[in-house]
Design a protein around this ligand. Structure first.
Ligand code: CP
Ligand code: NVA
Length: 307
């Protein structure tokens, strides 16, 4: 089987911590280097990564393109609109064809089943670059960021405030595998998916859900939020109404631990889910976590391609 990277729940703690440790080592070794400089040993020299986008992206696209090149490899960016995929060619056939041309495939999928169908038929590693259900690369970068700035995840209390969405689901999986305490504050209608919560419970993970944002941030080392309306959502107005009380602002941050950090996967909607005051505060880690997408995905690529 190819070594896919589909979801955090698929891996044990030692593999996940190993990927993060390798990312930190590569990041440290590059301090002050030009961004376009390749790693000396070019471990992915001659390898080709295809990036399929069924949805737009800034960070995921640029961090995978730059990361693959730093490792000595090359990339192909494919918008699903420009592929026969957009005219009804099956995912399975697309997977079989691409596997003849490239060494690995990343997909940002419009449906989670597009990711799993691709992985089932590809003979090369497939990486999840976000689906409506999960965003594992993002949360790997987030965990790396928290460990750099605060402490190992297993010693931390993390609060998720707002929509119980794809990034939240990957956070639940991260705590299920790597430990730590996750407190989710979300409206009942937008609670995390029942199957992910049941999985967390079966792991004995310390994950709780409340409808109170104040209760959710109590004791938090870090408060995290995300857009009220994700790319796959169609009910924007309902979501705005439900999520208005969940804005992360200065008053809510004061109820977390003194000096609690703030994270957001970006893009943010300033003035909606989070205020400028919090985004631009000294405890905001938003650009460090964006940077760490690059480092952690390089480590994920090395894991998948066995280099
Ligand atoms: N956080 C994130 O995945 O950003 P993009 O949508 O810009 O890739
Ligand atoms: N939850 C957001 C994350 C974007 C990176 C979305 O799915 O649109």
């Amino acid at each position: 089987h190819p070594k896919h990277f589909l979801d955090i729940a698929d891996f044990d703690a030692s593999t996940l911590n190993g990927i993060i440790a390798q990312a930190r080592a590569m990041k440290d070794a590059r301090k002050g280097c030009p961004k376009g400089l390749r790693e000396k040993d070019e471990p992915l020299k001659g390898r080709m990564l295809a990036l399929i986008f069924e949805r737009p992206s800034t960070r995921t696209r640029v961090s995978f393109e730059v990361g693959m090149r730093q490792l000595g490899g090359e990339t192909l960016v494919l918008s699903s609109n420009d592929m026969q995929l957009g005219r009804g060619e099956t995912i399975a056939d697309t997977a079989r064809v691409l596997s003849r041309y490239v060494d690995a495939i990343m997909i940002r999928a419009a449906r989670h089943s597009n990711l799993t169908d691709l992985a089932a038929s590809a003979t090369v590693p497939v990486i999840n670059g976000l689906t409506p259900l999960t965003h594992p690369c993002q949360v790997m970068a987030d965990v790396m960021t928290l460990e750099e700035h605060v402490a190992p995840l297993k010693n931390l209390t993390v609060s998720w405030v707002g929509d119980g969405n794809n990034v939240a689901a990957s956070w639940i999986q991260a705590v299920g595998r790597m430990g730590g305490k996750l407190k989710i504050g979300a409206p009942k209608e937008l609670s995390p998916a029942a199957d992910v919560m049941a999985w967390a419970k079966a792991q004995g993970a310390d994950v709780s859900v409340t409808t109170s944002p104040e209760e959710a941030v109590e004791g938090a080392d870090c408060v995290i939020t995300d857009a009220w309306v994700s790319m796959h959502d169609t009910d924007g107005e309902t979501r705005h109404n439900l999520l208005k009380p969940y804005q992360v602002n200065g008053a809510l941050m004061k109820r977390a631990k003194p000096d609690a950090k703030f994270m957001h996967c970006l893009p943010a909607h300033r003035g909606e889910e989070v205020t400028d005051e919090v985004m631009d505060s000294k405890n905001s880690l938003i650009f460090d976590e964006a940077e760490n997408r690059l480092h952690v995905q390089k480590s994920i690529l090395l894991h998948c391609l066995g280099a």
